[in-house]
Design a protein around this ligand. Structure first.
Ligand SMILES: Nc1nc2c(c(=O)[nH]1)N[C@H]1C(S)=C(S)[C@@H](COP(=O)(O)OP(=O)(O)OC[C@H]3O[C@@H](n4cnc5c(=O)[nH]c(N)nc54)[C@H](O)[C@@H]3O)O[C@H]1N2
Ligand SMILES: Nc1nc2c(c(=O)[nH]1)N[C@H]1C(S)=C(S)[C@@H](COP(=O)(O)OP(=O)(O)OC[C@H]3O[C@@H](n4cnc5c(=O)[nH]c(N)nc54)[C@H](O)[C@@H]3O)O[C@H]1N2
Ligand SMILES: [Mo]
Length: 691
C-alpha cells in the first residue's frame, strides 16, 4: 500500500521488536521524513493500537544521538571515543583483521564469534546474509539462548512444539491464569483480550512474585517465591487428583505417562507446595479448586504462560509441569482453553535457505553459549574450548548491558587484544567497547519480514524512508564485508526484497504480504482438541522418553533455585529483574520521553525488609552479592513481597549511579533444560549507601 497526497505518503511496516505482539504499523511520510507511526487498524491483532514505546518510534529513528557514520575507536577500550572513517576504510580494515585470524590454520576462524539476538526479530536483518557470512567464514556458532530456550524445551517435551492457544480466543475464556507474565507491560494485545474476557465475567488470576501492573487488575494475585512454579503446579495436580477434577477420557486417549505423573503429584499435598512457594495453604487449595472446577463445569479454562517464570534453574521443568495441567482437565477441548506460551512453532521459516549452512566447509565449528559470554571471552585456548576468542561481531544485541554477570562481560570486552565490531543505532554500553562502530538502519529504513510468537500472522515491513546519514541495513553491511573478504557465491548478492521472499518460500502468499502487510497462517482453532500432539507418541507427554534417554528425569520435577530464597544468611533476599514497562530490554532506554516516565533505576522492597535494615523509602542503597554490587534508589513498595526485591530492567549501565546495572549481580549458571540464563535466580543483600 502506498497512498499519496502531494508529498505525503503512508507506508505499511511491522514492529521489529522482541515482543509477543508483533504489530503491523503505518508510517506517515511527509517530504521524505517519517512524521508518525500508528497501529494498523486493518490488522486484527494490532487493531490500530501500538504500545507507548513504538508509537514513538520516530524518536528512535531521528534520535539526535543516532550513529550515522562508521566510527573507529580513538580512545581506550570502553571509553566510547571514536573518530569518523569512511565505509571503505572500515570494511577494508575489518576484512583484513578477520582474514588474518581465519587464514592462520584450518579451523582458526572459530576464534571469531558473531553475537546477536533479537534487537530486531526481522528475518532479513537478523540471520540471513549475516549467517551466510559467518558460515562461509567458519566462525564459531552462537547458541542463541538468552531468552526463551528453557521454556521452549520444556514445552516441546510436553506438547511437541512451540504451539498452543490462539490469542484472539482468550476473550471467550472464563478463567485465565496469567502466569509469569506482565502483559500490561509486555504483551498489550493479549491484555486487551483478557480485559474483554473479564468484562464478560471471566476470573483472572495472576501468578507472579511481583505485584505487577497486571496483578493490580486481576481479581487475584498469587505472589509465590521466584522459581517455585513447578511446586505450585504439583500442588494443583495433587488437588485435581484428590477431588477428581480430572478429564479421564482426555487423559486416557491423549496423554502418556499418567500413572507415573499421578504418583509424583501425590507427593505434593498443598501444605508442602505452599511451604516451598511461600504461600498460604489456602491460596494453593483455592487456586486448584478454581482451575479444577472451571474445567469440570466445561468452562473454557486458559493459561497465559510467559517467559518470566523460566529464568531460574528449574525453568524448563516448571514449564513441563504447568504444560501438563490443561491435558489433565481436558481444557484443550475448547478453543478458549489450554495454554499459550509461544506460537512461533507455526511459522514455516525456511532457515536453511536464509542461513545457508551448506556454505560451511571443513569440520563443524564449536558453539558458544551467549549467556556465558563473560567467562568465554576470558577463557584461554584449550583442548576442550578450542582457540581463545579473538574477534566478536555484535549486531541486534547489547550484551554488555543484558548478559548476566556484567563484571566478567565487561572484563572480556575490555581485553586489549580483542577485536570488536558493533553494528548499532546508538552508542550503547556495548558500542563503547567497539573497535569499529558501524551505523545500522532502523525498521523505517529497510525491508524485512517478521515472525511472531504471540499470534500467527506473518508481517512484511517496507522501508518508509531512505537510510539516514551513511547508515546501512545489517544485510548490506554483511554483503559489503563478504565482498571485501573476496566471497563470490551468488547468494551474497541476494537483495533484501529477495530475502523477504526466500524467508517463507511458497509457504506464504507474498503478494498478500505486499498488498496488506500481513498474511495469516492456517492454524486450527483448538490445536489439541482431538489430541494430535506433535510429540513422538502423538500424545501430551507427561513422561518424555526422549528426555529419559538423555539421562534426564522422564517426568517433570521441582528443582529448587541455585540461589533459593531463604537458603543463605549472607544474602537473604531473592532478586528478580523483570522488564520495565517503557523499555524493551535495553532498547528505548535512551529515548528521553520514555526514560522520563521510568525515572531512574529502582529497587522495589517490601516495608518489612526495609524496616529490618533501617532503610527509608527513596534512599540510595547498595545491592550486593558475591559477584558484585550495584547502587540505585530503593522504594518501599507493595509491588515487592517479603523476601524478594525487584530491580526493574534493563537500564543502560552508563545511566546507573556507578555505571552498573542489575546484571552486575546475576550469574552465568544455566537452566535445567535449554542452556538458558538464570537471571531471576539470584540472591542479594541490601544496605544503605551514600547518595
Ligand atoms: N515493555 C516491554 N515489553 C517486553 C519486554 C520488555 O523488556 N519490555 N521484553 C520482551 C521480551 S524479550 C520477552 S522474552 C517477552 C516476555 O518477557 P518476560 O520476561 O516474560 O516479561 P513479562 O511478561 O513482563 O513477565 C515477567 C513477569 O514474570 C515475573 N516473574 C519473575 N520471576 C518469576 C517466577 O519465578 N515465577 C513467576 N510465576 N513469575 C515470575 C516478573 O515479576 C514479571 O512480572 O516480553 C517482551 N515484551
Ligand atoms: N537482568 C535481566 N537481564 C535480561 C533480562 C531480564 O529480564 N533481566 N531479559 C533477557 C531477555 S528476555 C532478552 S530477550 C535479552 C535481550 O537482549 P538484547 O537482544 O540484546 O536486546 P536489547 O537490549 O533490546 O538490545 C538490542 C540492540 O539491538 C539494536 N538493534 C535493533 N535493531 C537493529 C538493527 O536493525 N540493526 C542493528 N545492527 N542493531 C539493531 C538496538 O539498538 C539495541 O541496542 O536480555 C536478557 N537480559
Ligand atoms: Mo526475551
Amino acid at each position: 500500500m502506498a497512498t499519496s497526497t502531494t508529498a505525503t505518503t503512508t507506508v505499511l511496516g511491522a514492529c521489529p521488536h522482541d515482543c509477543p505482539d508483533t504489530c503491523s504499523f503505518i508510517t506517515t511520510v511527509e517530504d521524505g521524513v517519517a512524521t508518525r507511526v500508528q497501529g494498523n487498524p486493518a490488522h486484527p491483532h494490532t487493531d490500530g493500537v501500538l504500545c507507548t514505546k513504538v508509537s514513538r518510534y520516530t524518536q528512535r529513528t531521528y534520535h539526535p544521538q543516532r550513529v550515522l557514520q562508521p566510527l573507529k575507536r580513538s580512545g581506550p577500550k570502553g571509553s566510547g571515543q571514536f573518530t569518523p572513517v569512511s565505509w571503505e576504510e572500515a570494511l577494508h580494515d575489518i576484512a583484513t583483521r578477520l582474514r588474518a585470524i581465519a587464514g592462520r590454520a584450518p579451523g582458526a576462524a572459530q576464534a571469531i564469534l558473531p553475537y546477536s539476538y533479537a534487537g530486531t526479530m526481522g528475518l532479513v536483518q537478523g540471520e540471513s546474509i549475516a549467517a551466510r557470512f559467518f558460515n562461509k567464514l567458519g566462525a564459531s556458532l552462537l547458541d542463541r539462548t538468552i531468552c526463551a530456550s528453557a521454556a521452549a524445551e520444556g514445552l516441546t517435551a510436553t506438547v511437541g512444539g512451540k504451539l498452543g492457544m490462539q490469542v484472539q480466543f482468550f476473550q471467550e475464556s472464563r478463567l485465565i491464569l496469567i502466569w509469569g507474565s506482565n502483559p500490561i507491560a509486555s504483551n498489550l494485545h493479549f491484555w486487551r483480550q483478557a480485559q474483554e474476557a473479564k468484562r464478560r465475567g471471566a476470573r483472572l488470576i495472576c501468578i507472579d512474585p511481583r505485584r505487577s501492573e497486571t496483578a493490580d487488575k486481576c481479581q487475584e494475585h498469587i505472589a509465590l517465591l521466584p522459581g517455585t512454579d513447578a511446586a505450585l503446579a504439583f500442588g494443583i495436580m495433587h488437588e485435581l487428583v484428590q477431588h477428581d477434577w480430572l478429564d479421564h477420557d482426555y487423559i486416557a486417549r491423549h496423554t502418556l505417562g499418567w500413572d507415573a505423573l499421578r504418583a509424583r503429584a501425590l507427593e505434593w499435598p498443598p501444605e508442602r507446595a505452599a511451604a516451598v512457594c511461600g504461600l498460604d495453604v489456602q491460596q494453593v487449595r483455592d487456586l486448584a479448586r478454581a482451575y479444577g472446577e472451571s474445567a469440570r463445569r466445561g468452562d473454557p479454562t486458559a493459561i497465559r504462560l510467559n517467559y518470566g517464570m523460566q529464568r531460574v534453574r528449574g525453568g524448563g521443568n516448571a514449564v513441563r509441569a504447568i504444560a501438563c495441567l490443561p491435558a489433565l482437565v481436558g481444557a484443550w477441548r475448547h478453543r478458549a482453553g489450554g495454554l499459550l506460551l509461544s506460537t512461533s512453532g507455526n511459522f514455516p521459516v525456511q532457515r536453511a535457505a536464509l542461513e545457508r549452512p551448506d556454505l560451511r566447509t571443513g569440520p563443524a565449528p564449536r558453539t558458544i553459549n551467549m549467556n556465558t559470554i563473560g567467562d568465554d571471552l576470558l577463557r584461554p585456548a584449550s583442548a576442550g574450548f578450542g582457540p581463545a576468542i579473538e574477534a566478536v561481531i555484535v549486531y541486534n544485541s547489547n550484551p554488555v548491558a543484558v548478559a548476566p554477570d556484567s563484571a566478567r562481560v565487561v572484563q572480556g570486552f575490555a581485553r586489549e587484544d580483542l577485536f570488536t565490531v558493533v553494528l548499532e543505532h546508538f552508542h550503547t554500553d556495548t558500542a563503547d567497547y567497539a573497535d569499529y562502530l558501524l551505523p545500522a538502519t532502523t525498521q523505517l529504513e529497510h525491508w524485512d519480514v517478521q515472525v511472531a510468537y504471540g499470534h500467527t500472522d506473518v508481517l512484511l515491513n517496507r522501508p518508509a524512508i531512505a537510510p539516514l546519514g551513511q547508515a546501512r541495513p545489517n544485510s548490506q553491511i554483511f554483503r559489503d564485508l563478504a565482498r571485501h573478504m573476496g566471497y563470490t557465491e551468488p547468494c551474497f548478492a541476494d537483495t533484501d526484497e529477495q530475502l523477504c521472499r526466500i524467508a517463507y518460500g511458497d509457504a506464504v502468499d507474498f503478494q498478500q504480504l505486499l498488498d496488506q502487510g500481513f498474511a495469516s497462517l492456517k492454524v486450527p482453532d483448538a490445536p489439541f482438541a482431538e489430541g494430535r500432539f506433535p510429540t513422538p507418541s502423538g500424545r501430551c507427554e507427561f513422561f518424555s522418553a526422549r528426555l529419559a534417554a538423555q539421562g534426564l528425569d522422564g517426568l517433570p520435577d521441582y528443582l529448587p533455585n541455585y540461589e533459593a530464597a531463604g537458603s543463605s544468611t549472607q544474602f537473604p533476599l531473592a532478586m528478580i529483574s523483570p522488564p520495565a514497562r517503557n523499555f524493551l530490554n535495553s532498547s528505548f532506554v535512551n529515548v528521553q520521553s520514555l526514560r522520563d516516565i521510568e525515572g531512574e533505576p529502582l529497587l522495589e522492597m517490601h516495608a518489612q525488609d526495609a524496616q529490618a535494615r533501617g532503610l527509608a523509602s527513596g534512599s540510595v542503597v547498595r545491592v550486593f552479592n558475591q559477584r558484585g554490587d550495584y547502587r540505585c534508589r530503593m522504594e518501599v513498595s507493595p509491588r515487592a513481597r517479603p523476601g524478594v526485591v525487584n530491580g526493574l530492567g534493563i537500564w543502560w549501565r552508563k545511566l546507573g549511579l556507578d555505571g552498573h546495572n542489575v546484571n552486575q549481580l546475576t550469574s552465568q549458571r544455566l537452566t535445567d533444560l535449554g542452556r538458558a540464563p538464570t537471571f531471576y535466580d539470584c540472591l542479594v543483600e541490601v544496605e544503605a549507601a551514600a547518595a
